[in-house]
Design a protein around this ligand. Structure first.
Ligand SMILES: [Zn+2]
Length: 537
């Protein structure tokens, strides 16, 4: 991990976030105005320089966002940007609706998109190249004279430059001379590769040495982050992108990778140093707000980004973390995780036991490893069932659960011809020295068993009412023996403070479900009852 900046690179690069405009073009993202305000708050928290709020006047939602933002957003560090386009062909700038809406939005900065590919001017705008250039300078001058700082997004710049470099540069020069402080080279179709980016940005910089260049990339070749870094190497001082790489098609340049790459790897200042550790929480918070599960393999901020599975690694990492991790995960708010599997060695088991405050002898650790191998061969998968693994370790250390001891259960599923399916479960168990029999109905076998168990022990263990099952996944596995399939059940549970996962495996789905359910309830009660005072009497 080096932090030595090449003196030819800029000392600082502005981070311009367009999650609220370009990012929300992603399929599946639909933000309310309240959501947009919350996303902006997170971005300010992280300390990006610019937050593009949307296109005022293009739709009622964006107009409302800019109306509410001044009162409801207390931005500490970020500046809000309104997005729009140059004036239309043949219309005066001060009579152009889009430009007037930009002024009305009341932001300190406006960013306008300009056509820089001649083909789009003649085909989409259906006007002359000369008029297209004047449209840019008129629009920049108008906004500038209204007191706004102006950025110009040169749309399709890389494709345009390849086809007609002279026109593409004319557009940039017009924007620059009219007072635009950033000329943003956009790879709108997303097909450009890093070596082309380096070359084009270098040529633009030679042609316009005084201009402040920015870069806006889409990830259609999987190179958006690399392209942004390439542009910076050639002197771009602003990078536009989205948190978690959200955006249309394959997404925009991913700021959650660009920010740490620039700061930690290239030694270039981006967000304030003391806020870099907010990258992980902000990325996950925004994923929640846009209601998308973050890919665990996301660079830097994924939950698997610093997860280690191999046993050899875990023992070595315990000694020298930097030998196996490209950065210190806490620098960006993530953490090292040791994943339990049969591949993992003694040190993983020993470390997890230590985390739980358990003292396991070498002999016990060996037993646990043997047990893990057998169980994983049978279809258990403890990487995704932290709570079941914890119970296994506690049991190995000599603990036994005293919440209940099952005597038997029976589940009846009844289907009336042409009618409903009903399920009933009866459970017999010992709890607090008493024998209890409880029967309950449910909307399926697992639900009925859960209800019956709660009925049987709920009074003795009031914390049970705060424990909920949140997800239930079933998978049929091929067995190695070829005697038939086994079923693996994964159960997610939660109380007010935490969530946990448990597992059950059996040839019988109800037995597999019972194992997962029983582990879930035991783990939940153990956590709840050890964190509160023991009940009196
Ligand atoms: Zn874009």
């Amino acid at each position: 991990m080096s932090e030595v900046r090449d003196p030819r690179w800029p000392e600082r690069v502005e981070i311009y976030d367009t999650t609220l405009r370009d990012g929300s073009q992603r399929e599946g993202i639909s933000l309310t105005v309240a959501d947009k305000l919350k996303v902006a708050e997170q971005l300010d928290h992280l300390g990006v320089d610019y937050i593009e709020g949307g296109w005022p006047g293009a739709n009622p939602k964006d107009a409302e966002f800019f109306e509410r933002a001044p009162a409801e957003l207390r931005l500490e560090r970020s500046q809000l940007v309104a997005f729009g386009s140059t004036r239309r062909a043949g219309v005066k700038a001060d009579e152009d609706e889009v430009l007037r809406n930009l002024v009305k939005a009341g932001t300190p900065v406006a960013c306008i998109v300009a056509k820089s590919w001649d083909y789009h001017v003649t085909e989409a705008l259906r006007t002359t190249l000369d008029e297209a250039v004047v449209m840019v300078s008129d629009s920049v001058e108008f906004l500038h004279s209204a007191g706004l700082e102006v950025f110009v997004d040169a749309e399709h710049f890389f494709d345009g430059y390849r086809n007609n470099p002279e026109f593409a540069l004319r557009v940039l020069r017009a924007a620059h001379e009219a007072g635009a402080s950033r000329l943003v080279l956009c790879d709108t179709n997303g097909g450009t590769l890093p070596h082309d980016v380096e070359q084009v940005v270098a040529e633009v910089r030679a042609a316009l040495p005084d201009a402040g260049l920015g870069a806006h990339f889409h990830n259609d070749t999987g190179c958006a982050v690399g392209n942004a870094l390439a542009a910076v190497r050639q002197g771009a001082v602003q990078v536009q992108g989205c948190i978690n790489g959200y955006g249309e098609r394959t997404g925009n340049a991913n700021l959650t990778a660009i920010i740490p790459n620039l700061t930690l790897k290239m030694g270039i200042d981006t967000v304030p140093r003391d806020r870099l550790e907010l990258l992980f929480p902000v990325s996950h918070h925004i994923a929640e707000l846009v209601n998308l599960t973050l890919d665990p393999q996301s660079p830097y901020v994924g939950t698997s980004a610093f997860a280690h599975k191999a046993g050899l690694h875990t023992s070595a990492i315990a000694r020298a973390r930097d030998a196996y991790e490209h950065i210190e995960p806490d620098a960006i708010g993530n953490l090292t995780r040791f994943v339990v599997s049969e591949m993992a060695g003694r040190s993983t088991v020993a470390m997890r036991a230590k985390d739980l405050g358990l003292n396991l002898s070498d002999e016990t650790v060996t037993d646990v490893l043997d047990q893990l191998k057998t169980l994983e061969h049978a279809g258990y998968h403890f990487e995704v069932a932290d709570a079941s693994f914890e119970l296994l370790l506690r049991t190995a250390a000599g603990w036994t659960q005293e919440f209940f001891a099952l005597e038997s259960f029976r589940v009846i599923v009844e289907k009336q011809a042409g009618g409903e399916v009903t399920t009933e479960a009866t459970i017999k168990l010992q709890t607090r020295g008493e024998r209890v029999i409880a029967t309950a109905e449910g909307n399926g076998p697992v639900n009925a068993l859960d209800q019956a168990l709660r009925l049987a022990i709920g009074q003795a263990h009031p914390a049970l009412s705060g424990i909920h099952l949140t997800d239930y996944k079933v998978r049929v596995l091929d067995t190695h023996k070829g005697t038939g399939a086994v079923t693996r059940v994964l159960l997610d549970s939660a109380d007010e403070e935490r969530s946990w996962s448990t597992i059950g495996v059996s040839e019988n789905i109800i037995e597999a479900s019972w194992q997962a359910l029983s582990d879930s309830i035991v783990h939940g009660l153990l956590a709840a009852e050890t964190s509160e005072d023991p009940p009196a009497g």
